[in-house]
Write a protein that binds this ligand. Structure first.
Ligand code: DOR
Length: 438
């Protein structure tokens, strides 16, 4: 049972979106009091938060943490340390590990590993193949069904409408799609087969490939009124489509990299900029930002997808797609807020409250009595660059190295326990399995 924590003198973000200078008391892993001049209990640990802003801990709803099977890239210990440093107190992890997470047994294995190793709270997707319909309906606890409509990983590819239809038709749990048109990508890959410049990646897996798949997923979701979440929306065309036609049961996310990086990044960081869906144009950046500000896009995910420097040093197309993100996402977005592109309250909504709501994670995403004590104290006054030597991710690099950011997590609290405090980790802390309401 977590002890009592008294956070004093913080600038606290309230559920109303307003700030309040005061104290927060936690007990047994829950927030029990928000007020002023709270006096410490006998067993309270006191945390002086003068000058810092207290936000609900971030929930990253799309990460690839590589365990089991790909631990040379990342594992649940290194990844959850990176989360703690980044202010992320819960994550939802994807099924393209080895073995793939497509059965109750493979899901149970991940839950067991996370219980043993993860410093923050965890939930896992069950991955769709063309053959595992019963697992998709029954595996528990799962935050949702992940469908790779393109950019597949072995059997994790369901790209034919005839195979997608039964998944949408039966059951009610959330379906999250990686929407890229595999047939189009396959054809275009042949057309550009001899090109080794990674910049070609954005041409091969073009905007049309993403739009085609998003249109198909939307069509099926509407036909069956099935809860659909569109992962890492990347194009202006998809954002425009959703602006015109987004049923109440559909949500969408965007990554910080699709907001802040574009195809110009290939010239600077080469294959580190290669991901799926690819980076797009500055125009796409702008349209995605506006869609996020207008509520067409509901929240932020990082798609943290680490690969080693050696893997990334190969020649395209042998370079794997993906970049790490959990350590930098909150600071990147809060820097945008400080620079007036959005507000701090919006960032907290996009990175915590709205995620908890969409995935029906009870008692998370707000600072109020009764909510879980998953919290982050950030410093919105000082700037500090992304430095390679400070990174906790096993891959050891970031596409944002050198970016001067503010809003870095100073103290991260999981279930009322301080897991990260200004450069020091408490490796004894363990997160819990997330619950998902029906
Ligand atoms: O770039 C990506 N890499 N996008 C994905 O959706 C998967 C990922 C990976 O697992 O490497």
């Amino acid at each position: 049972m977590a002890s009592s924590l008294l956070i004093q003198n913080a600038r606290i973000l309230l559920p109303s979106g307003e700030f309040f200078l005061g104290d927060v008391r936690t007990q047994g892993g829950k927030i029990v009091q928000v007020g002023t001049d709270l006096s410490p209990d006998e067993d309270s640990t006191i945390l002086d938060a003068t000058g810092l802003t207290l936000l609900p801990g971030a929930i990253d709803p799309q990460v690839h943490f590589r365990e089991p099977g790909l631990e040379h890239k990342e594992d649940l210990s290194t990844a959850s340390r990176a989360c703690a440093r980044g202010g992320i107190t819960s994550f939802l992890e994807m099924p393209n590990t080895r073995p793939l997470t497509t059965t109750q047994a493979t899901l149970d294995d991940k839950l067991r590993r996370a219980a043993e190793k993860s410093l923050v709270n965890y939930g896992f997707f069950i991955g769709a193949t063309a053959q595992n319909l019963p697992d998709l309906r029954e595996a528990n606890p799962a935050c949702g069904i992940k469908i790779f409509m393109g950019s597949m990983h072995g059997d994790l590819l369901v790209d034919e409408e005839t195979s997608l239809e039964p998944i949408f038709a039966k059951g009610s749990r959330l379906i999250a799609v990686h929407a890229e048109d595999q047939a189009r990508i396959r054809d275009r890959r042949l057309q550009f087969a001899n090109v080794t410049d990674p910049a070609i990646h954005s041409t091969i897996q073009d905007n049309q490939a993403a739009l085609n798949a998003t249109m198909l997923a939307l069509k099926l979701s509407k036909k069956y009124q099935r809860r659909l979440h569109i992962l890492h929306l990347s194009t202006a065309e998809e954002a425009d489509l959703l602006r015109q036609d987004k049923p109440a049961w559909v949500t969408a996310e965007v990554t910080p990299q699709h907001l802040l990086l574009n195809t110009a990044a290939y010239a600077e960081i080469g294959s580190w900029a290669q991901m799926n869906p690819p980076l797009r144009s500055p125009h796409d950046n702008e349209v995605l930002w506006q869609a996020l500000l207008d509520g067409v896009i509901d929240f932020i995910a990082t798609d943290h997808a680490p690969h080693t420097l050696e893997e990334k040093a190969q020649a395209y197309p042998n370079t794997p797609s993906g970049m790490p993100g959990v350590e930098t996402s909150l600071a990147l977005m809060l820097t945008q807020a400080v620079q007036k592109r959005c507000t701090v309250a919006q960032v907290a909504d996009w990175m915590s409250t709205a995620v908890a709501k969409a995935y029906k994670i009870p008692h998370k995403g707000a600072i109020a009595p009764g909510y879980d004590a998953d919290l982050v104290l950030v410093d919105l006054q000082t700037y500090h660059p992304v430095l390679r030597e400070e990174l906790q991710t096993k891959c050891g690099w970031s596409p944002f190295e050198g970016w001067n950011l503010t809003g870095w997590a100073q103290v991260t609290i999981v279930g009322g326990e301080v897991v990260y405090d200004r450069g020091t980790f408490n490796s004894e802390v363990r997160g819990q399995a997330l619950q998902f309401d029906e």
